[in-house]
Design a protein around this ligand. Structure first.
Ligand code: AMP
Length: 463
């Protein structure tokens, strides 16, 4: 039997194919039937152009329905989908193209679709669960970005587990404002909608003007922490606007406990935080029914084995965990244990009942004067100090200590006073030596603070 992921997804499309799949901002919609038809034609075009099972199809374009069509058609044709951030420069793209060697590179999916007028490809190309479905290049804050190889089986297992865990039904309407070059918007969000045959309120991005009316039509929202802080900054975002939404899901970067609390005060609802990564899609989630706790990422999904290994780094094994990095056996070998657990690089702990807490990235660890400093511990203290909205703590080369602890913060206040207050709660070696105020912390499209940029910017601070 074929285990092509597209077969699983299309098998769950609504029986009445006139039902909408994409609800667009201008009031128009695209039905499941139209989606299926476009996918079949683009799949046929790919095959006609000589794309073989296992060949890569790269897409670099702004978010669009046509982009989704290219994704699904690639699966249907048995090829491997390679999404690229629209913001990548030509020289960055060059690296990915050389590394992945796609058979087809699409930058204008609408035009590709418009030319796909040939007969449809009726049957999906047969694939085994272990066959590659997609390569996702990691955002790679150090060194060259690596391509995580995800199989049809990896993606199917995760999609089915999430659909169940988050209680999706055909009555749901998902607010989709995420990019589709990353696992969050591409797999997590869309697969839940497809498996339910549910529509998505389709926003090109998280724009203030469209989001409130979008929320009023939705039952589930998936977002990164920045979406939630932006909603809270919008006075039009009220309890009434949120009332019809049964579930607010957040991930891709840590959600500040203060955001969680403010959100609950505003709406009466508790955000469900989950944790994932390109290499395994979703790993843990807070429960749909049961306690959602600020600062915790919840429990491993069914089927996921999770343990805390050397250096308190979280290790995982399970059906959604990728098979390795594309054409990089050395990195693959380095990041798996002998017994097949993937070493995530995230530092954390697990309660006896299984609940998981993430405290930062192993590579963010600061070693100052020979002592280990976990940035998250310092950030939690700073975030509670008056005047501080948010902080990012980094290690900067220091002539005496090797690395000096530096806090980059948003908000307002006095540097010396903040350092003194932090010292009252933290051992001297952990307290920041400098506190620098900025208007905004640099973030990537998924809302992650780009500490690598901060380390570059402030590298000479103690020079
Ligand atoms: P990416 O592969 O780009 O999706 O990045 C994955 C990384 O994002 C993980 O290894 C974590 O460091 C981080 N991450 C994702 N979700 C969360 C979360 N809920 N809390 C803390 N960190 C997260």
């Amino acid at each position: 039997m074929s285990e092509n992921l597209y077969e699983l997804l299309a098998g769950r499309f609504p029986a009445d194919r006139t039902q909408p799949c994409f609800l667009l901002s201008d009031g128009a919609s695209v039905s499941y039937g139209e989606l299926e038809d476009r996918v079949a034609r683009v799949a046929r075009r790919l095959v006609a152009e000589g794309v073989q099972p296992g060949d890569r199809v790269a897409l670099q374009a702004e978010k669009s329905v046509a982009g989704v069509v290219v994704y699904l058609a690639t699966l249907k044709a048995g090829a491997v989908f390679l999404p690229l951030n629209a913001a990548y420069t030509p020289s960055e793209v060059e690296y990915f193209l050389q590394d992945a060697e796609p058979a087809v590179f699409i930058q204008d999916p609408e035009a590709y679709l418009a030319d796909a007028t040939s007969a449809p490809l009726v049957d999906p190309v047969a694939r085994a669960a272990s066959d590659l479905a997609s390569i996702i290049y990691t955002s790679g804050t150090t060194g060259r970005s690596k391509g995580a190889m995800l199989s049809h089986g990896n993606l199917a297992a995760n999609a089915l587990a999430l659909h169940e865990a988050w209680g999706f039904t055909p009555d749901d309407v998902l607010l989709h404002a995420l990019p589709i070059f990353h696992v969050h918007g591409l797999f997590v969000a869309m697969h839940c909608a497809f498996l339910s045959g549910a529509p998505m309120v389709w926003l090109p991005k998280f724009g203030d003007a469209e989001v409130l009316p979008g929320l009023e039509r939705s039952t589930v929202m998936m977002g990164v922490p920045t979406f939630y802080t932006r909603l809270l900054a919008n006075p039009g975002f009220t309890r009434e606007v949120a009332e019809g939404v049964r579930l607010f899901i957040c991930g891709s970067a840590p959600l500040l406990p203060s955001t969680f609390e403010e959100f609950e005060q505003r709406t009466g609802q508790r955000i469900l935080e989950r944790y994932g990564m390109s290499e395994a899609v979703i790993i843990t989630t807070n429960p749909l029914h049961g306690a959602r706790i600020a600062g915790s990422v919840g429990y491993p999904l069914p089927g996921v084995e999770l343990r805390v290994g050397d250096g308190e780094v979280i290790q995982i094994r399970g059906p959604s965990v990728f098979s390795g990095y594309w054409r990089n056996p050395q990195k693959t070998a380095e990041e798996f244990t002998a017994d097949g657990f993937f070493i995530t690089g995230d530092v954390g702990r697990q309660d006896p009942d299984g609940r998981v807490w993430i405290s930062g990235r192993a590579k963010d660890l600061i070693i100052s004067g020979g002592y280990n400093v976990y940035p998250k511990e310092v950030e939690l203290v700073l975030d509670e100090l008056p005047g501080v909205t948010e902080s990012a703590v980094i290690g900067v080369p220091h002539p005496d200590f090797g690395e000096g602890v530096v806090a980059v913060v948003t908000g307002h206040g006095d540097e010396a006073a903040l350092i003194a207050q932090a010292r009252r709660q933290l051992a001297a070696y952990k307290a920041p030596k400098r506190v620098l105020f900025v208007d905004e912390l640099p973030r990537n499209a998924m809302g992650k603070v780009q500490k690598n940029l901060l380390r570059e910017r402030y590298g000479g601070l103690f020079g």
